[in-house]
Design a protein around this ligand. Sequence first.
Ligand SMILES: *Cc1c(COP(=O)(O)O)cnc(C)c1O
Length: 471
Amino acid sequence: MEIKEYAGDLAEKYPAIKDVIEKRETLWINPNVIPFHMIDGLCQLVVSDEDIEDAGARLDRFAPFIKRCFPETEKTNGLIESPLRAIPKMQEELSNSVSGRQDQTDLTSSISGGQDQAGRRSFGIPGTLMLKMDSHLAIAGSVKARGGIYEVLKHAEDLAISEGKITVGDNYEKFDSNEMRDFLSGYTMQVGSTGNLGLSIGIMSAFLGFKVKVHMSCDAKQWKKDMLRSKGVEVIEYEDDYSKAVAEGRRNSDQDPKSHFVDDEQSLDLFLGYAVAAKRLKEQLDDINITVDQAHPLIVYIPAGVGGAPGGVGYGLKRVFGDDVHVFYTEPVECPSLLAGFASGLYEKANVSDFGLSCNTHADGLACASPSGLVTRLCGNMVSGDMTIDDARLYDYMRMLMDTEDIRIEPSSCASFAGPVLFHATENGANYRRARGMTDEIMENATHICWATGGALVPEEIWQQYLETYI
Ligand SMILES: *Cc1c(COP(=O)(O)O)cnc(C)c1O
């Protein structure tokens, strides 16, 4: 594959981009980050605090309906929210992993820690490592239960209000009625997806009575298609990649005035559904007395595909914690589309093929060759950086988490564990900390959150395949 000139130029200027082209795991530090208060006002023109509040209030209105229809949300009172859990044994294992493995030569040039006689390195992960378990979110079993379900509910509400079927003051349990399902069955929801977004939109839309068409890219796993079809969803398969599935879905939907397209590349509603996570996370941290301020930084690592989920969650976190939160995205070595969009300044026009990369990855949820324009533009001055991870390590981390903490999350999700490792094991990570006064003492008080983005719906036989996968 030919490398575009702009990509070659970037590689000469930035060693991390050279790593990208040479398919080495790397930590790219975003040179365009500026203090949050300087972009706050401008950002609020696009997505304001009120917009996020409004989205949260909408989810609260639907909570009685969700609770009634999905008993697994009983304990959260109809909110679709996930546990935040400390994972100390995983933290210890991860700390040892770089020093312990033989096949880490790729990292040698960028390791800042000391080396022992055997050439092994140790660095440790100071502070507290936590897992945000969106892998176990109700209904959709992935982070898509935030954005995807939010957009479906919002569309159902818009239609019901405009046709006089409901008012904002009503009890939304009304949505669980034959009358409402008959009404919504006159409308269609469509979406393009690598799998999990299709699951969340498909499950929720079908439940409300909508007709649903899910346009699946070649990366989508068979079991996800089967599960959707079993719920009455029409699944349309493409032999092409994700962008094609989205383009076809959009075109199909535009031809039908009664069809709504959930646009993963530019939807503000999806983004808002994700952003609601931030304030709820702050409440969870408050509940366990974890402070976030300059002396107690919060560092968050979120796997990224097209960028919608990590974009919305990360943006929400910046609005709540400002410069005290450091948001990193994590992507497969063969498919760092957000990194490409940010680093090139080409936003949605960047494509990983420009860097000679294939977009082929076992991380099906992250296989998007070009990033979201909305996210790369809105978050370009606030995202701290981006990490890349080898596919082989996704399975290693998946097994490691099961062995140490008895938690299962799907391989795509495990990209988040590249975060604390590369943040501490690379020269770029050390430089980042130095530039921001994040001393060893401060790092002892840091909270790291790896965002687990999916897993709960994975069938048992697929887990067995994952467990036996070594690359
Ligand atoms: C969708 C997804 C992501 C990333 O979300 P994007 O909005 O595509 O960036 C990460 N992990 C899993 C498991 C996903 O399904």
